[in-house]
Design a binder for this molecule. Structure first.
Ligand code: BTN
Length: 261
């Protein structure tokens, strides 16, 4: 694989009049872009900061799982956002919708979203999202949106994830220009974020792309496996599950992992 660094100058020239990307910082190696972005957040950095790393020594996923992404091949970034607390649930929706839109533009293949925030292409995961936030009683101080998108790596080289992961390269056979992909993604995400700031809902659009609705699912809740059917999502993106005895339960993203059966 030819290691072509992201072009930080082109990136920085595209976002001076936008919220997201008004400041883009590019690092060769970090523990995690999440940690670096939080340091800026705690030092009063304005929202819209994007931190990109070619290599993360401790890249993490949801539930503190390890995030596998070989240096220089994919996109690993975090974005500092300061929405209102009640807008937080739309951040995940904006991220998955933006990634889906740009992947569709690149591949002409329709993606699907596995609740709450995995983007899948041809049935395999191409992107994961992690949101970590700081809340002070009723106020959101900041949210860090972390995004990993599999662009040019070959999942077959990584036996731990080769059955469940895919990449743009694997699906199209072509090496993609990561800088162009990133510019497209940040622009689309910025427009969704502006909608959120204007108090617009993204739930309907997001829910229409969820593959999970109508499926039988297994919920891993604190080590217990419970089976039910995914019925619908609430306005804030929680999933309503119906059990065989017709009772329903609302589950939130932070609570459980989900397997389609
Ligand atoms: C998941 O699917 O569990 C979420 C994966 C999120 C990975 C990204 S890569 C950039 C950012 N930095 C991290 O350490 N994690 C997120």
């Amino acid at each position: 694989m030819i290691y072509k660094p992201l072009d930080i100058n082109i990136l920085n020239n595209n976002f001076s009049n936008k919220i997201v990307g008004r400041n883009i910082l590019y690092y060769d190696t970090l523990t995690s872009t999440m940690d670096k972005t939080k340091l800026f957040a705690e030092n009063d950095e304005a929202e819209g900061l994007v931190i990109i790393a070619e290599n993360q020594t401790k890249g993490r996923g949801r539930f503190n799982r390890n995030w596998i992404s070989p240096p220089g091949e994919n996109i690993s970034l975090s974005i500092l956002l300061r929405p209102e607390l009640q807008q937080l649930s739309y951040i995940n929706m904006a991220a998955t919708l933006s990634i889906s839109q740009v992947i569709k533009e690149y591949t002409n293949i329709k993606t699907s979203i596995k609740w709450p925030n995995d983007v899948k292409l041809n049935g395999k995961k191409i992107s994961g999202i992690l949101i970590e936030s700081e809340v002070d009683s009723t106020e959101l101080i900041y949210a860090v949106l972390g995004i990993g998108i599999n662009i040019n790596f070959n999942p077959n080289d990584h036996s731990e994830i080769s059955n469940i992961a895919t990449s743009l390269y694997k699906e199209t056979g072509k090496i993609a220009d990561r800088t162009n992909f990133l510019i497209s993604f940040l622009k689309v995400f910025n427009s969704f974020y502006i909608k959120i700031k204007k108090h617009q809902s993204l739930t309907k659009q997001w829910a229409s792309q969820l593959e999970t609705i109508g499926k039988n699912v297994e919920i891993n809740s604190s080590g217990n496996l419970v089976k039910g059917k995914a019925i619908k999502v609430t306005e804030s993106g929680d999933l309503i599950i119906e059990f065989p005895n017709n009772t329903r339960k609302k589950i939130t993203a932070g609570e459980v992992t989900l397997q389609s059966t």
